[in-house]
Every structure is written in C-alpha cells, then in structure tokens.
Design a binder for this molecule. Structure first.
Ligand SMILES: [Zn+2]
Length: 133
C-alpha cells in the first residue's frame, strides 16, 4: 500500500511554481485598489492543471448562464479537453484488460471508463431504499 501522506498529492506553495504575474504576492493592482491576482486566484503560486481546467469550465458555464456568447475558442478548448479525457479513459480500459491479479477491480475500472465513454448502456443508480444488486 502507498504510504505517501495525502498532503504530498496536492501542490504546496513551496513546491508549486510562483506566479509571474504577481511575483508570488497573490495581489493585483487596479485603479480601485488591490484585488486577487487573476492568474493565480490570489494564492501567489500557479494552480494545478486540474484547477485551471475547473476554473475555465466554470467561467464558460457562468458566461453561458448569463446569456453571454460562448466563443469559438471556448468550444475548441472544451472539445480538446473532452478528447483528452476520452483518450485517458481508453487508456484505463486498455490497462484494465491487462490486470491479471484482481478481476473485480479490473472489471470495475473497465465498466466505469466504458460507461463514461458511452460504450456500454449505463444503468440508473440504485435507489437509496433498494439493496444493491
Ligand atoms: Zn498571481
């Protein structure tokens, strides 16, 4: 079993690259005073790719909800993210076929990835008051 502490799985301010826009201060000067740096969200260091993707998806979602036009660049970016995620899921499916030790884990991995890829019919989640099948 992996004995790594959970803290090592997420970047720390010391390990993460410093934000060049605010030089690590997390502040951004405007005509109305200091605000959180728009590039690092006020943290002073660059967020992980996961965080950047989540921020951009939320920005696009909020813009769309507010009736603003989603740009062609936004759509291209979203399609690129979907393609990358589907490629990763195909890799998971391929790896799960090679897992010789625990077929239940391999089956669960493959079914989860195939369901996300739309390659198997997904079943509705069991109701809370029903026992698992
Ligand atoms: Zn910054």
């Amino acid at each position: 079993m992996d004995e790594r502490p959970l803290a090592s799985l997420s970047p720390s301010p010391v390990a993460a690259p410093q934000c060049e826009s605010c030089v690590g201060s997390g502040e951004y000067p405007t005509d109305y005073g200091l605000v959180d740096c728009p590039d690092c969200g006020g943290a002073g260091y660059l967020p992980t790719r996961h965080t950047l993707v989540e921020w951009r998806m939320r920005d696009i979602e909020r813009a769309n909800d507010a009736g603003l036009k989603v740009t062609a660049a936004d759509v291209r970016w979203l399609l690129s993210e979907v393609r990358q995620a589907r490629g990763a899921l195909r890799g998971v499916v391929a790896l799960s076929h090679d897992l010789p030790h625990d077929q239940s884990i391999a089956t669960q991995l493959r079914m989860t990835a195939e369901r996300a890829l739309g390659e198997v019919a997904s079943r509705p989640a069991p109701r809370v008051d029903e026992p698992p099948a």
